[in-house]
Design a protein around this ligand. Structure first.
Ligand code: ZN
Length: 324
């Protein structure tokens, strides 16, 4: 009896052990199946959400690119409009010279004087222009804008060293900025004065308004800007002869030469408007022919100095009248 009991207990224990082992095996099996499935689901969800994020970022990037493109086009349009406006102003604003003026000028004694002026430099063409002037032994006047790169700083210096006259044409040449207020104009001019003093060691006291003193861009009367220049001892020069190199349709070099020569024949003293700009190759091409023709006309080609009687579209007496 005792022996049977012991056997039964042994059997019970075995059964329990087998049961435990079965449970362990089942749990292991279930884990082996479930854990990968859970992991898969988890990774699937994760990948999905990352894909969504990537799609979103792509959309944002595309949107940004589109906006940048639009902004660029807008800027380009504005620049083109400003350039066109300037070209139109330059083309339309030659001063009306009365027949009496022309007669009086013709009667003057001595040789005709011609002042060649180049606006908007320094540019990639400055060196070529200086080379041609040097070759013909001719001095001119450069109304420059503000550029601080090494080449431009070198060009300011070279203009002065070669014996030409350096004049200011505003630092930024942006109508919308400089003609906004006298304060804006003054700080722009001062900035250029300082730059040119640094580059050349000289005080520059000549000025040409972008678009000329009779430009129609400024909302403020030009008298206010002129008063500022006067108070600073700066003289401004417009022009009475235009080569036409700033018209919206580019003119042939030959036409530029003719434009200048036919007007120089009229005046005793001619201040000739030309441009020193990368996009005006015809000005450089025209320059040797122009100088040769002028020299054949026996005129004096001179740089502008502070002693030269300025050509001004807004005359001093008109200014006084306006001021009362
Ligand atoms: Zn200009």
């Amino acid at each position: 009896m005792e022996e049977l009991n012991v056997k039964n207990e042994e059997l019970e224990r075995r059964k329990k052990r087998v049961k435990r082992m079965k449970r362990a095996i089942i749990i292991t099996l279930i884990s082996a199946i479930l854990i990968p499935i859970i992991l898969c689901v988890f990774l699937f969800v994760k990948v999905n959400s990352m894909q969504k994020q990537i799609d979103y970022l792509y959309q944002v990037r595309e949107q940004t690119q589109k906006e940048e493109q639009l902004a660029k086009e807008e800027t380009l349009k504005t620049t083109q409009q400003e350039e066109q406006a300037e070209a139109e102003i330059l083309a339309s604003e030659l001063p009306e010279t009365t027949e009496v003026d022309k007669e009086q000028e013709k009667k003057g004694n001595g040789k005709k004087k011609v002042y060649l002026t180049f606006d908007d430099g320094p540019s990639t063409r400055t060196e070529a222009i200086l080379g041609i002037l040097n070759e013909y032994g001719v001095k001119a006047t450069f109304f420059v804008v503000g550029k601080e790169d090494e080449y431009s700083m070198e060009m300011y210096k070279k203009i002065v060293e070669d014996g030409h006259t350096l004049g200011m044409h505003s630092y930024s040449h942006q109508y919308s900025v400089i003609y906004q207020s006298v304060e804006a104009f003054a700080s722009d001019v001062e900035r250029l004065e300082v730059l040119l003093r640094t580059a050349t060691g000289e005080e520059v006291k000549l000025f040409r308004f972008p678009g000329g003193s009779s430009n129609l861009v400024s909302n403020i009367g030009m008298q206010e800007f002129i008063q500022y220049l006067n108070s600073e001892g700066i003289t401004y020069f417009d022009w009475n002869v235009s080569s036409g190199d700033a018209t919206s349709k580019e003119l042939e070099a030959e036409t530029l030469v003719q434009n200048v020569v036919q007007d120089v024949e009229i005046y005793k003293s001619s201040v000739v408007l030309m441009h020193d700009a990368a996009d005006k190759p015809n000005t450089v091409e025209a320059l040797p022919k122009l100088i040769e023709q002028l020299q054949a006309m026996d005129v004096e080609i001179l740089p502008i100095t502070e002693e030269v009687e300025p050509i001004q579209h807004i005359k001093a007496d008109e200014l006084e009248e306006k001021q009362g």
